[in-house]
Each structure stands twice: as C-alpha cells, then as structure tokens.
Design a protein around this ligand. Structure first.
Ligand SMILES: Cc1cc2nc3c(=O)[nH]c(=O)nc-3n(C[C@H](O)[C@H](O)[C@H](O)COP(=O)(O)O)c2cc1C
Length: 419
C-alpha cells in the first residue's frame, strides 16, 4: 500500500515519528477526553449524522485486530475522543426562536463529550450564545477565530478577528464570565506572515481563563496552501500551560504521532482526513497501542468490503434522517401540507448534496472512483445514489485495491471558503 507518508506530494517535510504517541487522554477543564483526538469542526460536514458516523467508524474491539491494544487504550472503545459541531453564528443563534435553535444545536446523548463552536464578533451575542450552548447541555463551548470565508471575515468574525486582539480579549472575558463549562478557542496563526499572533493569542486565552487552545497552523492568507507549519504549534505549546490541540495536515496515524513528536501538543485534531478515511481515528488508536506494546505501529487497512459497508452506512444514516421529514403524497392544499412538502424536498436535497460530497471525498484514491463520482453527481434521488454505489462495489475486482487517502483538488477547493 502506498501511504501518503511516503508520498513526495503529501508531507515531504515531516520526519518519521520515533517514540511519540498520541496521548491516551487529556483534560479540557473538568472534561476528560480519551484518547486525545478531536474531530475538527467542518461546516457543511460535521452535522450530527456525520459525527455519529465517525464515532461509530472509530469503534474497535481491543484484541480483535492484529495489533496488541495496550491496557490504557483498551479502556476506550472509540478512537475519537471529542467531536465538535459545525460553526454556528452567534448573532443568528441569539436572535432565533428556541425551536429553530434546536435545529442548529441538535446532538444525541451518545455524542458526549461534544463541543459547540460559535463565530461572531460581538462580545454580548457571543456570550448569550455560549450560555445557550451551555443550557443545551454541551460539554464545551469553542470560539472560531480561523474561518477565512469572506462573508464571515466581512463582519469581523472567524479569522477577521485575528487583526483585533483587544476585541478578542473583550470577547474572551465576556464569554468566560457567563459560562461555567470549559471554554476554548480555535485559531489560525494570524492574518498573514507579517502579523503572526498565535503565541500572543494563546497567552491571552490562558490569561482570560480559557481551558484549551487549538491551532490550525496556517495563516488566513495561506488558505490551505503549502504545509501546515507545525513549528508554530510547538511555539504555542511552549508559551502556555493549558492544553494545546494541534491541527493541520494529519492524514495518517504516522502523521498524528509525528505532530505529537514535533510539537509535544496535548491532542491532535483531524479535519479533511475524516471524510476521506473515516477509519482514521480507529487506526490512530491501533497504531498508538501497538507501538506502545511492541515498538512497531500497525493498524488495520480497509478492504473493499469495508469501504462498501462504510459508504452504505453513512448513506443509510442520511436517508434515515429524512424520515423526520415525511413526504406528502397527493395534492398539497393547506398551508401545513405545502410546508410538509417543502420540508421534505429541502431535506431530500440536503441529503443528496451530502451524499455527493461524501462520495467525492471518500472515493478519491479508490480505483474506478472517478466513474462512480460522475454517476453519483448525475443522480437525482437518494435511492439512485445507493443503486450506483451497489453497482460499483458489486463489480469484480482482482483483489482489494490499494487505498491511499488523499487530499485532492476537491477537498482543497471546498475549504478555500472555510476555516
Ligand atoms: C469543508 C470544511 C469546513 C470547515 N469548517 C470549519 C468550521 O466550521 N470551523 C472551524 O473552526 N474550522 C473549519 N474548517 C477547518 C478545519 O476545522 C481544520 O482546521 C482544517 O481543515 C485543517 O485541518 P486538516 O488539515 O486536518 O483538514 C473547515 C474545513 C473544511 C475542509
């Protein structure tokens, strides 16, 4: 199997990890996160269906695989320690009626521990919204200072705030004053190379009583280009005593260990690799445990059948969600009937959009994946998408094809407008 690790394209500058391992646990305030892995917030991706899907894909049975799972890690059954919501507008949240809020803040009990991410630039509305998240039972509330999207930056949210440290301090203090749950911040290094503020920002966060910081080690201007500059994660780690979560360009378990080795970060956060390789958290757990037990890091690699099951599982979950919005058959006459029809159609469009997006990410690196992606993009209904997937995986293959999760053009392009 050709791993990104050895690819000259993927992470050419990273050194192979020697002893470092992803820690078995860390704490954000009083919340224990075990293992020390975090699913990154991704707008349009990490809704409740995707989060639960990833948690499920991260389950493993200690001892069932070829790797020896060490005792510390074997206490855990999921390799994904913490999940985060997509970012939510604090302005929107504080204006919405309670019923509508529920739609944005929906999560299931099995998602704990879970962190709610907010963006905005008004300290009062951010504080209000943080309190709403606390009241909704979230374990942690997080502030987004990384999103480079123009519409977010235009109102000074996301990475736009990186140019205004005094305002960030006001926000930190205001939010800290109103919530008792742990409060964290996720940021980029700075606006551009001539204004790198991540170390100062992390110190300020600690000073204002925040419980952890997460750094996506790129500037706003950098977008997603070049490599994430992990040395800045190390610099932040040197500067503060609160836990530091490292983020940027982890594609494999080896990458995760290498980030810990290079930066001594307390936890790793994984974004784009999750939809491309939903097994990533389980693989990290296996790699970590086997490395501790034998000195050699090993992990299971998905077979073609695993991939089929995985994509079917996710699509079935998306279709199940549609049951919340039943179809209206016949001629809709009353306003209630018309609304039911509209809700169903919009939920159906959303589900198909997510299937297409996932298929695009998940099938990169799969032989024949381009043809499947084309067919899926032409499909109009959920059932049609499922049929194409069934046909694709039913085709004879000589052997399980090698699967190299990649960060491809689609993946790089999508987030150009995001965090
Ligand atoms: C589609 C997409 C949406 C994203 N949305 C958010 C978001 O809502 N909040 C946030 O803090 N970061 C967001 N990000 C950034 C990721 O959380 C993460 O910082 C980034 O992708 C780098 O990590 P990676 O190299 O593991 O992907 C998004 C990224 C992508 C690809």
């Amino acid at each position: 199997m050709k791993k990104d690790w050895t690819s000259t394209v993927a992470t050419p500058t990273r050194a192979m990890p020697t002893d470092a391992r992803v820690p078995a646990e860390f704490h954000i305030g009083g919340v224990r996160i075990a293992p020390a892995t975090v699913l990154a917030p991704m707008a349009g991706v990490t809704d409740t269906v995707f989060r639960r899907f990833i948690k499920n894909a991260s389950m493993y049975s200690p001892g069932a695989s070829s790797s020896d799972i060490d005792i510390e890690t074997s206490n855990e059954v999921s390799g994904c320690g913490l999940i985060m919501t997509e970012f939510t507008s604090a302005d929107g949240l504080s204006r919405m009626r309670a019923v509508k809020r529920k739609r944005y803040l929906t999560y299931y009990e099995d998602e704990h521990p879970i962190s709610a991410q907010l963006f905005g630039s008004n300290a009062e509305t951010l504080a209000d919204s943080a309190r709403i998240c606390q009241d909704e039972g979230f374990d942690i509330v997080d502030l987004n200072l990384g999103c480079p999207a123009k519409r977010v930056v235009a109102c000074n949210g996301g990475s736009g705030l990186l140019r205004d440290l005094p305002l960030i301090r006001t926000i930190f203090e205001r939010v800290r004053a109103v919530v008792t749950i742990p409060f964290t911040v996720k940021f980029r290094m700075g606006w551009n190379d001539s204004s790198i503020v991540c170390v100062e920002l992390a110190r300020m966060a600690e000073d204002c009583g925040l419980d952890a910081v997460a750094l996506h080690a790129r500037t706003r201007e950098q977008g997603y280009s070049g490599d994430a500059r992990w040395d800045w994660i190390a610099a932040v780690k040197d500067a503060v005593t609160v836990p530091v979560i490292g983020n940027g360009d982890i594609r494999t378990p080896e990458d995760a260990a290498a980030m810990v080795e290079a930066t001594r970060c307390d936890a790793v956060m994984i974004g784009r690799a999750a939809p491309a390789n939903p097994w990533i958290f389980r693989q990290i757990a296996q790699y970590t445990a086997s490395k501790q037990a034998t000195g050699m890091g090993t992990y299971d690699k998905p077979t073609n059948l695993d991939r089929y099951r995985m994509i079917r599982d996710y699509f079935d979950r998306l279709l199940q969600e549609l049951e919340e919005h039943p179809a209206f058959h016949g001629i809709a006459e009353s306003e209630i009937e018309k609304k039911q029809r509209r809700d169903h159609e919009s939920a159906q469009r959303e589900a198909i959009g997510k299937m297409k997006q996932f298929a695009s990410w998940f099938t990169h690196g799969v032989p024949g994946g381009a043809a499947l992606r084309r067919q899926i993009f032409e499909a109009k209904r959920g059932a049609e998408v499922i049929d194409r997937v069934e046909e694709f995986f039913a085709r004879p293959t000589e052997e399980t094809p090698a699967f190299a999760p990649q960060h491809d053009a689609d993946l790089e392009a999508a987030p150009a407008s995001w965090g």
